[in-house]
Design a protein around this ligand. Structure first.
Ligand code: FES
Ligand code: FE2
Length: 345
């Protein structure tokens, strides 16, 4: 394993996820993406904007301020900045004084499928059309029940993506994992993605109305083979287990040693064809009502993974030269992809 990977930058010319939509309400919110403090806020129409989180007057954080009409007002002296980052108001400006030309950086940002996607690349005016936010079509789809868990770990993002691509670590989760006995069958490697296919034994089958009780009564689970696919679609991750489950991990790398990410778990209701004939408002009600039904499970898995990932980071910091041993070929592909993307930044 190449340990230099733990010091690699991100390729900023992609869309990263910096928050959930529901986290940005009527107050500005400060986030950090790869060492860059950014303030997110909504204008009067609810449209989201992102600016550098720094008042050019005295360098304090604009995220302490508040929103006045479509502008962001600094908490300290009340200077106001429009969504382009231009100073548009200084409350104590004398008649013979002019507004300073002190524009701060604004970031391309969009709200899509329940999340806020931000493009931190330098050449924001020329985002290539093929570079798009990953998108989560299941988010609005009435046939999918979602659960979201926040991953926050003190580790380089490569440790997290390696954990997510290495299905041999199901061992860690024991009874909590939805599958067991993964066997790697195929890897596809491209400059912007790695797809790995495993064959696994799944514990859950979502085909009866009482299927959910398998979560609580292990005796109801029956092992059966299902394909388990994982993809690193730089910089994010997607996985499917058979037809019943889909999981996304949306990355917000904070720094070389800190990573935030959103794990979104979907259970499919495609087997319940009777349900699909019910009125849409009822189906929407059901989808909302069942939101978060895998919360305990997902949070538990995340906690176990974070512990391992942080320990790997610690061990690396204590002895960066220490070599490990690896039998899963997927991880070498993942590291090549990280290296390639970092070289483009
Ligand atoms: S520091 Fe922001 S207005 Fe003075
Ligand atoms: Fe895990």
């Amino acid at each position: 394993m190449n340990q230099k990977i733990r010091n690699l930058e991100i390729n900023p010319n992609h869309w990263y996820v910096v928050a959930r939509s529901c986290e940005i309400k009527t107050q500005p919110v400060g986030v950090i993406l790869w060492n860059q403090p950014i303030v997110l806020f909504r204008d009067n129409d609810g449209k989201i904007h992102a600016l550098e989180d720094r008042c050019p007057h005295r360098q304090v954080k604009l995220s302490h301020g508040k929103i006045i009409k479509d502008s962001l007002e600094c908490a300290y002296h009340g200077w106001q900045f429009n969504p382009r980052g231009e100073c548009v108001e200084i409350p104590y400006l004398a008649e013979n004084q002019k507004l300073p030309n002190c524009q701060i950086r604004n970031y391309p940002v969009q709200e899509l499928d329940g999340f806020i996607w931000l493009f931190p690349g330098e050449h924001s005016t020329e985002i290539k059309p093929e570079i798009k936010p990953l998108g989560i079509p299941e988010w609005e789809n009435l046939n999918y029940i979602a659960t979201v868990s926040l991953i926050h770990c003190q580790a380089h993002y490569s440790f997290l993506i390696e954990n997510l691509m290495d299905m041999y670590h199901g061992h860690l989760h024991q009874d909590w994992q939805a599958w067991t006995d993964a066997v790697l069958e195929k890897i596809d490697e491209h400059p912007h993605r790695v797809d790995a296919e495993y064959q696994a034994q799944s514990y859950y089958k979502i085909d009866k109305i009482w299927s959910i009780s398998q979560l609580f009564f292990p005796a109801l689970r029956q092992l059966h083979p299902e394909p388990l696919a994982v993809s690193y679609i730089y910089p994010h991750w997607v996985s499917t287990l058979g037809k019943d489950f889909k999981i996304y991990c949306l990355f917000c790398p904070v720094s070389l040693t800190e990573t935030k990410a959103y794990l979104i778990h979907f259970t499919s209701l495609h087997s319940f064809w009777r349900l699909h004939k019910l009125p849409i408002p009822f189906r929407r009600f059901l989808k909302n009502k069942l939101f978060g039904s895998a919360q305990k499970l997902l949070d538990g898995l995340v906690q176990q993974d974070v512990k391992m990932i942080e320990e790997e980071q610690q061990a690396y910091q204590n002895n960066p030269e220490q070599k490990g041993y690896e039998f899963n070929r997927t991880l070498a592909s993942v590291q090549r992809l990280i290296q390639h993307q970092a070289s483009l930044s």
